[in-house]
Design a binder for this molecule. Structure first.
Ligand code: ACO
Length: 383
């Protein structure tokens, strides 16, 4: 007798695919818990490094642990030759594709890439978290026709990234904004890229393979690829008066409004709340950012009203990507880099899930519902 099969749920909507201690998304209450903390008690209160440690070890680090972690990350920031060559060859590719290709090469620098023991996973996680921002910074410089800048070991990950892109001493407000952004996106339940990483890890495949696959899942516009188009939208809208006709036209032509809607959240994404404050703070420093922030606030309110009108009952609310676009552009980054910046934060969460999945050691293997024909036969053709 064959296994009983439950009917397919489109897009696995509502299906619980794993138990996790890492994060929990309550889409009705608009709550995100990361390692036991509500996001609003974590983002802006701990550094990205501390949040990663929390996910990997189950509690926030003590001073000695954090210092040790910072030293190790600083020591691993440089790129191996083979990785650097791929980043150079991929100079014209979108940064997220360059990151995916470069990430795959990192297993060349691991003593035993097939080792999935907790000790090997912990080392790989640290190495990936250290090198992702370097890869994106080097690619950004090369794409602008500039020479890469060597990492500095005296700076945290966020400040060092900004230094490697601009070559200037990083503005502490900007470094804090990026750090808060990375904490905000560090983990988010069973999203598509995390699920991808867990599926790969569940086959007893290694950390670098799982994270490389996750990057592929993240880049699509329905997942991490939305903030670039959000900025395009704001730039096209330009003025508050244009907002409503522009948004209605988009919807009438069957297009989606980027930065709105979510599979799980039916209220405002709590990450949008955190990042709107970060964007506002950045806007206080620069007039251009403030004008864009004011426009974004107006577009958000108008879009929510228009979506309720045109798509009633769907509860389409602001998601994380809307204010991500503002935060990242205020750091001087180009929209094409945005999804790679997301990956630099989420990599810590992917690694935590790979560690958890390796400990679980159970293959993820759903079934499909066959809807094709049956009973066909091959007729031999003469000649
Ligand atoms: N703009 C307009 N309509 C929308 C939007 C949107 N942003 N999102 C959903 N809808 C509509 C759909 O057209 C559909 O309408 P219908 O019932 O008339 O056919 C209905 O709402 C339900 O849409 P689904 O695609 O079934 O909803 P799902 O839960 O699969 O979508 C998703 C979630 C993919 C995020 C969607 O809201 C979307 O495409 N948003 C825009 C892209 C975006 O912002 N992505 C970033 C997500 S956050 C992240 O992944 C980090």
């Amino acid at each position: 007798m064959s296994n009983p099969v439950t009917p397919a749920r489109r897009g696995l909507d509502g299906v619980v695919a794993a138990q996790t201690r890492l994060s929990h998304v309550d889409g009705q209450a608009g709550e995100l818990i990361i390692g036991g903390f509500e996001l609003k008690n974590l983002a802006g209160h701990v550094s990205f490094e501390e949040a990663a440690w929390l996910l990997w070890h189950g509690s926030l680090p003590g001073k000695a642990e954090l210092d040790g972690m910072r030293r190790e990350i600083a020591g691993q920031r440089g790129l191996p030759e083979s990785t650097l060559r791929v980043v150079q060859d991929a100079v014209k590719a979108p940064p997220i594709d360059a990151l995916r290709m470069a990430c795959a090469t990192l297993s060349l620098d691991v003593a035993n890439p097939d080792d999935i023991s907790p000790a090997a996973d912990a080392q790989d996680a640290m190495m990936l978290m250290a090198r992702f921002p370097t890869i994106v910074a080097v690619h950004t410089r090369l794409a602008m026709g500039q020479k890469p800048i060597a990492p500095r070991s005296d700076l945290g990950l966020a400040a060092n990234f900004l230094y490697m892109v601009s070559g200037r001493e990083p503005d502490p407000i900007a470094a804090r904004a990026l750090d808060t952004y990375w904490v905000t996106v560090i983990d988010h339940g069973m999203n598509a890229s995390t699920f991808t990483a867990r599926v790969i890890a569940s086959t007893r495949s290694d950390m670098v393979s799982a994270v490389t696959g996750a990057i592929g899942a993240l880049k699509g516009p329905l997942h991490g690829g939305a903030p670039g188009p959000v900025l395009d939208m704001l730039k096209e809208i330009r003025t508050a008066e244009n907002a409503e006709p522009w948004l209605r036209r988009e919807l009438a032509e069957g297009r989606r409004l980027m930065g709105f809607g979510h599979r799980v959240y039916k209220v405002r994404d709590p990450r949008a709340e955190v990042l709107s404050h970060v964007a506002e703070e950045m806007g206080r420093a620069h007039l251009e950012d403030r004008q864009l922030f004011d426009l974004a606030r107006h577009v958000e309110q108008t879009a929510l009203r228009v979506l309720d009108d045109v798509k009633p009952g769907r509860n389409l609310r602001t998601n994380v990507e809307f204010y991500t676009a503002l935060v990242l552009q205020s750091l001087g980054l180009q929209p094409r880099t945005f999804v790679a910046m997301f990956a630099c934060g989420r990599v810590a969460g992917w690694c935590a899930h790979v560690i958890e999945q390796h400990a679980e050691d159970h293959l993820i293997r759903p079934q499909s519902e066959y809807i094709g024909p049956r009973g066909l036969t091959v007729e031999r053709r003469a000649g």
